[in-house]
Design a protein around this ligand. Sequence first.
Ligand code: FES
Length: 235
Amino acid sequence: MADNNEGERGVTRGGQYSGPVAQESAPVSDPHDDPAYVTRTKFLSGVALVTGGVMTAAILVPVIGFAAADSVQEEEWRWVDVGPLSDFPDGEVTSIAVSGPNPESDRRAFLRHRDGAIMAIWNRCAHLGCPVSYSAGGDVYSCPCHGGAYDSLGRVTSGPPPRPLDRFDIKIATPDGKDVARQEDVKVGVRTDGASPDDRVLIGRPFSIDEDQNPYRIHGPGEEVDGVLSNLYPF
Ligand code: FES
């Protein structure tokens, strides 16, 4: 009897296998083996890295820029003599032109002398920089460009300005240059009680304030002094 063993794997006849023979399949290329192949994980990791880098730069660049700008402004800044104390009577708000070597000092300011103290308020609108005007009747400031309105201390009462009017540092000195009084509290200004009419009023470095009159470094028109947007500016 012939050796005829049929099974799942084929037929063996006469000691010789004649069934199906496994064929070596042709190699199939796997795209994962290609070093240039970008998987979804790789792609998402790349997106996360780029996004993180952009956000970090958005925060660090303005911070570093402002720090550098402040140090430059510190060097350029000088006090500007705007006249004797007698030119600014108590009870009045006097508009003056401030001309000096500092970039920010070549502007107009309102010197507000009230209750034995003077403060200097910049006439630059905190919205887009238009010159504001003072109304003695209401003791308020208003901007002709977009309706910005400020109270007697330059705090916003209506309109688009994002912060109060900026101020200048201010001090009083004798005619030969000795300090008589400095601005200890920006909410008050510089005290004039102990000064004589001939003493000089000097305008100094500008600064910004918030609605509670807390001082900040000088900001440009449209910038907020605090809050999330202040960190994102100018991006
Ligand atoms: Fe003053 Fe716009 S510039 S309200």
